[in-house]
Design a protein around this ligand. Structure first.
Ligand code: PDD
Length: 292
């Protein structure tokens, strides 16, 4: 039986055929919106407070006034999840600046739309985790920090869509994007990590990346375990010469990478430290979501 997504628009649970937003919504017209994605285990959202903190950060950076309280958003998420009635769920919370006369002036709309999409998370193909995935270096650059700063999780993902299009044309799983200095930033929807001589490294915030919640949690776990972590710039060649490489995100968690631009990384199989981090992260999220 197919499990249908459950959508909440401004507090109303709607059937998916009726889950529609106005063509005058600025999210549709300009990508003038912000969003967050997380998942549940045992019906409990993973690191929801951290995601909501980032939602507020994105709103502030884009001067989108938050007319919904944190409590209200949490209640609406719960209400939507209850209706979905699944242990493992994907949750997407979107806030658009709302509808108004067509025009760039943000004051043309004062009424945000709050949309929550939940769906059953079946899990991803096991080969991603057992064999690792392939990446390419995209020709398209990551937006510079002084343009649409990648640390803002906005609805404007065209840059990433263009990079993903390159990956798809080359039959790769995903693409990494570089910044104007030629350093690696991130994948189209995940952060990226390399491991060399036992040091686990991910690009610094100033490279122009999303400050991933999974990344923050992983850095915490790595430090707690006494493993060596750093946040230093690196290049595609550093990835090719690394011992291990992986990507991180809330929904996919840790995905090992086996090659970049056709060059095998390490042994071409998920590395020992990557596997250790996969299980560390898994245990930490399961521990956070034990039903009371
Ligand atoms: N993507 N970088 C980008 C560009 C992302 O879109 C994401 C998340 C990440 C990882 O962030 P986090 O660990 O907080 O999920 C990094 C989500 C999953 C998405 O858009 O579906």
């Amino acid at each position: 039986m197919k499990i249908v997504p459950v959508v909440n628009i401004n507090g109303l649970l709607v059937d998916i055929e009726d889950a529609k937003i106005s063509v005058f919504d600025r999210g549709f017209l300009y990508g003038d919106s912000i969003y967050e994605v997380t998942r549940t285990y045992n019906r409990i959202p993973v690191l929801l407070d951290e995601h909501l903190d980032r939602l507020w950060y994105s709103a502030e950076r884009l001067s989108i006034p938050m007319i919904h309280s944190r409590e209200l958003i949490k209640n609406e998420i719960n209400k939507t999840l209850v209706k979905l009635n699944q242990d493992d769920a994907y949750i997407r919370v979107i806030i658009t600046r709302g509808e108004g006369e067509i025009g760039l002036d943000p004051n043309l709309s004062t009424n945000n739309n709050l949309i929550i999409i939940t769906k059953h998370l079946k899990g991803y193909p096991s080969w991603w985790y057992e064999d690792g995935v392939t990446l390419i270096t995209a020709q398209i650059m990551r937006n510079p920090k002084n343009a649409t700063d990648p640390s803002i999780k906005s609805g404007n993902y065209l840059n990433n869509v263009m990079a993903m299009t390159e990956a798809s044309k080359q039959k790769a799983f995903d693409a990494i994007m570089l910044n104007q200095q030629g350093f690696v930033t991130e994948g189209t929807c995940s952060n990226i990590w390399i491991i060399k001589d036992g040091v686990i490294n991910t690009p610094p915030l100033h490279a122009g990346i999303l400050d991933g919640i999974t990344k923050q949690q992983l850095l915490k776990l790595i430090k707690e375990r006494g493993l060596k972590a750093s946040e230093l710039n690196f290049t595609p060649d550093d990835i090719k010469n690394s011992d291990e490489c992986f990507m991180s995100s809330s929904t996919r968690e840790i995905v090992p990478v086996k090659s970049l631009d056709g060059v095998t990384i390490g042994t071409g199989k998920p590395g020992i430290i990557t596997k250790q981090l996969m299980s560390l992260y898994k245990n930490s999220t399961r521990a956070m979501t034990v039903p009371k």
